[in-house]
Write a protein that binds this ligand. Structure first.
Ligand SMILES: *[C@@H]1O[C@H](CO)[C@@H](O)[C@H](O)[C@H]1NC(C)=O
Ligand SMILES: *[C@@H]1O[C@H](CO)[C@@H](O)[C@H](O)[C@H]1NC(C)=O
Ligand SMILES: *[C@@H]1O[C@H](CO)[C@@H](O)[C@H](O)[C@H]1NC(C)=O
Length: 197
């Protein structure tokens, strides 16, 4: 008899704990399912960014100082049927051999679902001091009439689904190895860009 008593008492003492554990587990499963279903309904797809055109004007490199004007058009494709995007802040930089040579901030915009937008940017290097080695490389490339740069966009975005809006997060878009021509009428090869959220 004392043996069965000690067996029953702990079971009764532990049962509320087990109930809480079961409830918690059930809650986790329900919340998990809800998140999964929401995810499946929204069906998020990756945005696609392509640098569609780029040009370089007013190029002058004298005594390791650079003057140049870049024009770029970034094609932003939002393939999502339910997700729209607020671009609250956009900054754009051009780098050459990891040195920033031009910088600009762009106008914020709202991109609806299933939409293609074009983001234009003009970036100016004005009497920019360059390291002698970078300057030398740039001078060599200049003789070939084309220059290879990287184009970066750092954005702060919010997502919108129905009435719900997410908090702000940083989205980086990088277009590597963009070849810009010094002659105005040459062809521009489109560059697919990489993203990092
Ligand atoms: C480049 O700039 C230097 C210094 O400002 C100037 O003397 C030179 O004429 C310019 N060259 C061209 C091709 O504009
Ligand atoms: C760049 O432009 C500025 C203003 O127009 C001028 O003073 C400077 O000499 C130029 N520098 C080069 C390297 O052309
Ligand atoms: C994309 O959205 C912009 C801004 O609302 C609009 O001006 C443009 O016409 C839209 N483009 C397409 C292809 O829907």
């Amino acid at each position: 008899m004392p043996a069965s008593n000690t067996q029953q008492q702990p079971r009764r003492r532990f049962s509320p704990v087990r109930c809480v554990a079961t409830c918690l587990l059930a809650l986790i499963v329900v919340v998990g399912l809800a998140v999964l279903i929401t995810w499946l309904v929204i069906n998020p797809k990756k945005w696609v960014y392509t640098l569609e055109s780029g040009s370089l004007q007013n190029f002058n490199l004298t005594n390791n100082h650079l003057n140049a004007t870049f024009d770029f058009v970034l094609r932003a494709h939002n393939p999502n049927r339910r997700l729209s995007v607020y671009y609250d802040y956009i900054e754009s930089t051009v780098t050459y051999e990891d040195q920033t040579i031009a910088f600009n901030t762009l106008d914020p915009f709202f991109q609806p679902h299933t939409n293609v937008s074009r983001v234009k940017s003009k970036l100016v290097a004005l009497n920019l001091a360059m390291s002698p080695s970078t300057s030398k490389d740039l001078m060599i490339e200049k003789t070939s009439r084309e220059i290879q740069v990287d184009v970066h966009y750092k954005t702060r975005i919010r997502l919108k689904v129905g009435r719900w809006k997410s908090s702000r997060r940083t989205l980086r878009i990088v277009c590597y190895s963009v070849t810009v021509q010094l002659s105005r009428y040459k062809h521009f090869d489109k560059v697919p860009c990489e993203t990092e959220l």
